[in-house]
Design a protein around this ligand. Structure first.
Ligand SMILES: Nc1ncnc2c1ncn2[C@@H]1O[C@H](COP(=O)(O)OP(=O)(O)OP(=O)(O)O)[C@@H](O)[C@H]1O
Length: 266
């Protein structure tokens, strides 16, 4: 069966435009390959500057690979239109709360992806938005709220609603929940697990938290200085890590103490 996501030898170079050495090429990612099945969740871990966000951006289409190809359901993503890619892969950024427009109601912000990427009638758009608000634990009335009228946990739910309103197959979250209060973060992580079960979405998390990674991921990818040094099932990497860095990252002192659901994937 065709894999949901098949990453084949992607690499990424950035060219410095200014600073000390303009024109210098920085290798952010050496060629790496991995794959993901439908409904699976991948966690990407590694030290600062190791290339985690670069992988996330390449999968979400926010950056173009210097070489290699990413296949989604067997189709090369480089051959897709922006609209096709947006429907299949959505991203929640690190500063997602700031990405909400304070002057536009929640409902209108959630309608925007539908307006730009579908042929849905305004009535169907509204209905879809109401359904999505319910899925993320908000109320139909929140359609008319402005972001500042919501608590931070509710705003994060709006960001998740915006990511899932097109019913994508993959949602990429780059340290999206790091700024949240621990108890709210736990609620949001549990919401994501529920959505995954309900909608069959695959999540790709960039995270520094061993606890969250063990709780949500099926597979883990470990990055070190632009190289993928280990990739495998969460169980295999926890029980039989081959690299010292994998051990350190997965067995480090828990950064976040959060009351997550008692069932974990490990
Ligand atoms: N737009 C850019 N221009 C030039 N260099 C970049 C750019 N984006 C990232 N880099 C460089 O690429 C390398 C990998 O960066 P990346 O943001 O992917 O790492 P990361 O593991 O996500 O780090 P962090 O945990 O700090 O977010 C770093 O050396 C970074 O400085």
């Amino acid at each position: 069966m065709t894999k949901l996501l098949d990453v084949q030898a992607i690499s990424k170079y950035y060219v410095h435009k200014d600073g000390w050495m303009p024109g210098q090429r920085i290798c952010a990612l050496e060629p790496l390959s991995f794959s993901l099945e439908r409904g699976e969740t991948l966690a990407i871990m590694g030290e600062t500057g190791s290339g985690k966000s670069t992988i996330a951006k390449l999968i979400a289409g926010a950056e173009r690979a210097s070489a290699g190809e990413i296949f989604l359901n067997g189709q090369a993503m480089s051959s897709m239109t922006d609209q096709q890619r947006c429907r299949h892969v959505r991203m929640i950024f690190q500063d997602s709360l700031r990405s909400l427009n304070p002057q536009i109601t929640v409902g209108k912000q959630l309608c925007e992806p539908l307006i730009f990427n579908t042929q849905m009638s305004p009535q169907d758009q509204k209905q879809r938005v109401h359904e999505v608000l319910r899925k993320v634990g908000l109320l139909p009335d929140h359609y008319h709220f402005y972001p500042h009228m919501l608590a931070s946990g509710q705003q994060q739910r709006v960001c998740i609603a915006r990511a899932i309103v097109l019913e994508p197959q993959i949602v990429v979250a780059d340290e999206a929940f790091v700024a949240l209060d621990p108890s709210i973060r736990a609620q949001i992580i549990n919401l994501i697990l529920d959505l995954q079960e309900d909608m069959g979405i695959s999540f790709i998390f960039v995270s520094h938290s061993a606890e969250i990674v063990k709780h949500v991921s099926d597979k883990i990818l470990i990055m070190h200085r632009g190289k993928m040094i280990e990739f495998g099932t969460t169980r295999a990497l926890i029980n039989h890590p081959e690299e010292q860095l994998t051990k350190t990252l997965l067995h480090s002192e828990h950064k976040y103490k959060v009351p997550l659901h008692s069932t974990t994937k490990e």
